[in-house]
Write a protein that binds this ligand. Structure first.
Ligand code: FAD
Length: 503
């Protein structure tokens, strides 16, 4: 018999494995419906695929070529839902696609964009347009042979903050969120799982849950095979994608979508004011999902594509930062990794207590995926409430009329002692929770010790107490992107301060 040290504290309706977007999305939805939820993440929140995406809330124009109408429609609708839920860190972005005779003909792109405009109930986002790139700011950074193009709208998102804010929302609804706590194993009974988790101090915690949710992204098959020892017929392919960051290649808030020689597309996106984010590659991957680095071939592939279009030429030495992730895609291996569906698949096994495994998915569709997951498991719980997340703002997202510009202006006035650039960052990062971050602060000195590029002690304390941050990496790369602006020495200083201060 297991020894439940504190019986009540270890009994849950759901145990969710994985603190990526799908795990926290399900945790938030379920906790809001009144279920008792425990989520365990082996590292930091969003330390897997969910901080390594292109950071777009998008329908996926390219998926129309693969006839993925269900996915594209759901994703297009979600763009507007997400804009209202989190107007502080999700915003519309215009994408410019230069045309060239070597690539898809204009009529084909025009047809694709017409479908894109009409498939998903667009309200706030602007419709696609034909563009002349001659004497236009959109054409200014491009080589002169690109004279015509199209533009359309999708949305930008800070992917790791989307994860953190869903985890916060789940926790505020009563879920227990554990980071640095790997799921070790589980024994299945007819009406519950008895699971073993490893606490950060290496001790074990044994918990019981009526339903187990395997949202381990690229590790979903490993959990099934090695940790719960339950076979699944669902297959998954890992496809690696890498991004590079360089000094900004152009002025303006728009992004570029470039058609490459191999018929794939590459995004060039304004990033953190001073940089351009370029991605992605698409390479079949069989190694350890935890051990990912961009290869020289991938850097060459991305720089070559950009150099075909932009006047400014970039080389490997211009790469300031890069990151790689693996897409955990549902389906059989294909010759062309870009052709494997980006849709998700929910595998419910009820040969004993229910086990739900999540295969595939996108950042964009996590909320709908979570609703579908809840639809599958609600029959196992009596009297729980229905779907609720569509209109509920994420923490800090309760901005009047979702009007970020007015919200920012009001905060500039209210916190007139803050440098405007810092005020803007706080407004984007925290939304209305800026008031919690700056509670009782009346001047810069009240923010405490300063580290590197305008990171103050006050913000660090908030990230640790409210946003589950623990290390310098959590703070500099997943709660913020200040890592791009910190010197090695400043990182060391922050690290040693955290070691001395945070117990
Ligand atoms: P993950 O984020 O990987 O989360 C799984 C978590 O499980 C990890 O944090 C891991 O540490 C944890 N875990 C594993 N094993 C254990 C264990 N034993 N115990 C506890 N925890 C465990 N989607 C979009 O919508 N827009 C985009 O622009 C976009 N671009 C992309 C670009 C690239 C290059 C890639 C790779 C993906 C992109 N995606 C995009 C897709 C999107 O990023 C993923 O579908 C999504 O992040 C998957 O989330 P997840 O929660 O399933 O997995």
């Amino acid at each position: 018999m297991a020894n439940y040290n504190n019986e009540h504290n270890n009994l849950f309706d759901l145990l969710i494995i994985g603190g990526g977007i799908n795990g926290v999305g399900i945790a938030c939805d379920a906790a809001g419906r009144g279920l008792r939820v425990l989520l365990c993440e082996k590292n930091d929140l969003a330390s897997g695929t969910s901080s390594r995406s292109t950071k777009l809330i998008h329908g996926g124009l390219r998926y129309l070529e693969h006839f993925e109408f269900r996915l594209v429609r759901e994703a297009l609708i979600e763009r507007e839902v997400m804009l209202s839920k989190a107007p502080h860190f999700i915003w519309p972005m215009q994408f410019v696609m230069p045309l060239s005779p070597a690539h898809r003909p204009a009529w084909m792109i025009s047809l694709g964009l017409w479908i894109y405009d009409h498939l998903g109930g667009r309200k706030r986002l602007s419709a696609s347009k034909r563009l002349s790139l001659i004497d236009s700011p959109f054409g200014a950074p491009l080589q002169s042979q690109f004279k015509r193009g199209f533009s359309y709208a999708d949305c930008w998102v800070d992917d790791s903050r989307l994860v953190v804010l869903n985890a916060m929302a789940a926790s505020e609804k009563g879920a227990e969120i554990l980071t640095h706590t790997p799921f070790v194993s589980a024994i299945r009974h007819t009406d519950h799982f008895e699971a073993t988790l490893k606490n950060p101090d290496n001790s074990e915690r044994i918990v019981r849950a009526k339903v187990l949710i395997n949202a381990a992204g690229p590790w979903v098959s490993e959990i099934l095979k090695e940790k719960v020892k339950i076979p699944s017929h669902s297959t998954m392919q890992l496809v690696k994608g890498s991004h590079i960051v360089v000094k900004k290649l152009f002025e303006g808030d728009n992004a570029y979508i470039l058609q490459n020689k191999d018929n794939r597309i590459i995004f060039v996106i304004p990033f953190e004011n001073d940089f351009s984010l370029i991605g992605t590659t698409d390479v079949s991957y069989e190694g350890d999902p935890a051990d990912l680095n961009i290869s020289d071939d991938e850097i060459q592939y991305l720089t070559d594509c950009v150099n075909q279009y932009f006047d400014t030429k970039i080389r490997k030495k211009d790469v300031i930062w890069s990151y790689s992730g693996v897409r955990p895609l549902y389906g059989e291996e294909a010759d062309n990794p870009s052709a494997i569906s980006r849709d998700y698949h929910l595998d419910l096994n009820v040969e004993g207590a229910p086990l739900l495994s999540i295969f595939g998915g996108k950042i964009t569709t996590y909320r709908k995926l979570s609703e579908h997951a809840l639809n599958l498991i609600t029959p196992y719980f009596k009297g729980i409430s229905g779907a609720w997340t569509e209109r509920a703002p994420l923490p800090g997202g309760d901005i009047s009329d979702a009007d970020f510009d007015t919200f920012f202006k009001e905060n500039l006035q209210e916190f007139s002692w803050l440098p405007p650039r810092l005020c803007l960052r706080y407004c984007h990062q925290f939304g209305t929770r800026i008031n919690d971050v700056l509670l009782d602060c009346h001047c810069l000195e009240d923010l405490g010790k300063k580290f590197g590029d305008e990171l103050y002690e006050r913000e660090i304390n908030y990230l640790i107490t409210k946003e589950f941050a623990q290390s310098d990496e959590d703070i500099l790369w997943r709660r913020t992107k200040l890592g791009l602006k910190f010197s090695d020495l400043e990182v060391l200083e922050l690290k040693s301060w955290l070691q001395q201060t945070v117990k």
